[in-house]
Design a protein around this ligand. Structure first.
Ligand code: HEC
Ligand code: HEC
Ligand code: HEC
Ligand code: HEC
Ligand code: HEC
Length: 303
């Protein structure tokens, strides 16, 4: 009986310890858990593409803007003091930093908020601002966020992604970077749909809406007979490997304009004539028909 009680007590003590041991308390700990710098040794091209992609800077987006400042300073989720921040203060984490939702404690949200306050402090020196931004830049959608954390959607049947496993399009037992298991969604649109949104996110006490493109893909592309996946259009092979730049890169203005001019068509047809309302009173008239079409698998722009 006594033994049973001791085991019971041990279980109570051990379970929360195990649970908390798995969660990151700081930005550095979270970054380390999903650190993918080792992939660079063997996948240099893909790594270089990813480094330029929006997925490598989910909180600095276009032109290095600190997009989370309005969230903590001027939204329904604002806090007076960084210490009040929790993971719930940042509904944005659901898609911009999904690993925080599953693998971080509230203290990470506090540290992010401290950096945002430090950056927006009017008296902050350039060095202090630089340091604050460097902290935020450590929060990334790394290789392992896609190739592990987001690789399984139907968890009730398939279970959660396993620690230490890389997920890819097929099983590879002798992968030199660690075992690769097949993810059934990796090459499917639903994989991207997890973050690219279907509409308002009603699960929050104050629903937010950001990306809605996956909704448009489903309702306005597939339903009109569209056949291609996101990967087929956005990750076309470069030198035999799926392109991880996943264009467009809005910071590369030349590339963005080239893509848009290739993919958006403007058809203009005109008819000029003279309107003879009454004898001798000719009025010049013009009819202009414009038709804008595009090749995307969804509405553009989105958001
Ligand atoms: C020591 C070298 C090495 C390291 C480190 C490494 N890989 Fe690989 N990986 C390879 C080789 C070799 C292949 C097979 C040839 C290829 O596709 O380049 C491969 C193939 C893959 C594949 C494709 C499997 C398929 O579907 O065909 C994925 C996905 C992958 N690696 C992901 C990763 C990720 C993510 C990391 C970092 C966590 C990583 N690799 C680290 C060498 C490495
Ligand atoms: C449903 C997932 C999701 C949620 C929740 C979400 N976002 Fe986004 N957000 C995205 C995706 C995906 C993109 C990029 C694709 C697009 O714009 O279609 C994006 C783009 C953005 C952009 C523009 C891109 C840029 O590079 O500047 C900003 C700013 C942004 N989000 C801020 C936020 C903020 C702030 C929150 C929280 C209040 C938030 N998002 C919540 C998925 C989400
Ligand atoms: C873990 C969530 C997540 C997944 C999975 C994901 N994305 Fe994104 N994606 C984002 C976020 C967040 C941004 C915006 C980052 C920023 O602020 O610039 C983004 C940006 C982009 C952009 C750049 C344009 C823009 O509006 O910023 C493209 C294109 C894109 N994603 C396509 C894809 C495709 C295709 C897939 C599937 C192969 C995919 N994404 C998977 C979260 C995700
Ligand atoms: C936004 C999500 C996302 C991120 C981030 C990401 N990958 Fe991938 N990766 C994918 C998807 C999706 C595929 C499958 C593409 C397909 O089926 O066409 C893939 C395929 C691969 C492959 C197989 C190559 C091939 O030709 O199909 C390798 C290798 C790989 N990734 C390595 C990496 C490495 C290394 C990183 C980090 C530098 C990384 N990935 C980051 C989504 C991602
Ligand atoms: C038939 C090809 C095709 C398919 C399928 C497709 N896209 Fe696109 N996508 C494009 C084109 C073309 C553009 C606009 C040109 C550009 O900037 O690359 C674009 C633009 C985007 C953008 C930038 C949006 C903006 O606001 O400017 C994002 C993000 C994106 N796609 C994500 C996705 C995701 C996620 C999927 C799957 C759910 C997907 N795309 C499916 C072709 C496609």
């Amino acid at each position: 009986m006594r033994l049973v009680r001791i085991i019971f007590i041990l279980l109570i003590v051990a379970v929360p310890l195990l649970a908390s041991a798995e969660k990151a308390k700081t930005i550095d700990e979270l970054a380390k858990m999903f650190d993918s710098s080792q992939c660079k040794n063997c996948h240099a091209d893909i790594y270089a593409q990813w480094e330029k992609s929006h997925h490598s800077r989910p909180f600095l987006g276009v032109s290095g803007g600190m997009m989370l400042i309005p969230v903590v300073k001027a939204s329904a989720f604002k806090v007076k003091d960084p210490k009040e921040a929790t993971l719930k203060t940042f509904p944005c984490f659901k898609c911009h930093l999904p690993q925080a939702v599953t693998h971080a404690e509230d203290s990470v949200a506090v540290e992010v908020t401290q950096a945002l306050f430090a950056f927006s402090d009017e008296k902050a020196t350039d060095d202090a601002k630089k340091a604050a931004k460097a902290k935020v830049a450590k929060l990334q959608i790394t290789c392992l966020v896609c190739h592990n954390e987001k690789a399984i959607t139907h968890k009730l049947v398939e279970g959660k992604p396993e620690k230490g496993i890389i997920y890819g399009s097929k099983n590879v037992d002798n992968h030199p970077g660690g075992k690769i298991k097949k993810s059934v969604i990796m090459s499917q649109a639903i994989f991207c749909g997890q973050c690219h949104g279907t509409g308002p996110n009603f699960e929050f006490d104050y629903p937010v809406q950001c990306a809605t493109l996956y909704g448009s893909y489903q309702h306005n592309y597939l339903s009109n007979g569209g056949l291609q996946s996101c990967q087929e259009c956005h990750m076309k092979k470069v030198n035999g490997k799926s392109d991880h730049l996943i264009s467009p890169n809005f910071d590369d203005k030349a590339q963005t304009s080239a893509l848009l001019s290739k993919n958006i068509n403007l058809d203009v047809q005109t008819l000029g004539y003279q309107w003879l309302r009454k004898a001798g009173a000719l009025t010049p008239m013009v009819v202009v028909n414009t038709k804008i079409t595009h090749n995307a698998g969804h509405r553009i722009p989105d958001g």
